[in-house]
Design a protein. Structure first.
Length: 92
């Protein structure tokens, strides 16, 4: 399994609709809006690198409102805990 993080700058007015459009793409597992140099990050999981190439170039970057992308390929995962627990900061 190939896991990648697709960092995107997008047109601000399209942020929410692009998140929905990205989630509709086969291979995109999660989408996050973020602060900093990028606007959205999509987590992609595919079986082969060739599929990642197609996903990024033919599907993600082709969406109207995506200004640019940068893709980071994960080599190894070090998480042992449920990822959902990491996002419950401050929850009682």
């Amino acid at each position: 399994m190939v896991t990648a993080f697709i960092l995107m700058n997008v047109e601000r007015t399209r942020l929410r609709s692009l998140a929905d459009d990205l989630l509709a793409i086969d291979g995109v597992a999660e989408v996050y809006s973020v602060a900093g140099s990028f606007d959205l990050i999509a987590v992609a999981r595919v079986k082969r690198h060739e599929q990642l190439n197609d996903l990024v170039t033919e599907h993600v970057a082709a969406l109207d409102g995506i200004l640019n992308t940068e893709t980071l390929i994960a080599f190894r995962s070090f998480a042992k805990k449920d990822l959902g627990l990491l996002w419950d900061v401050g929850a009682d």
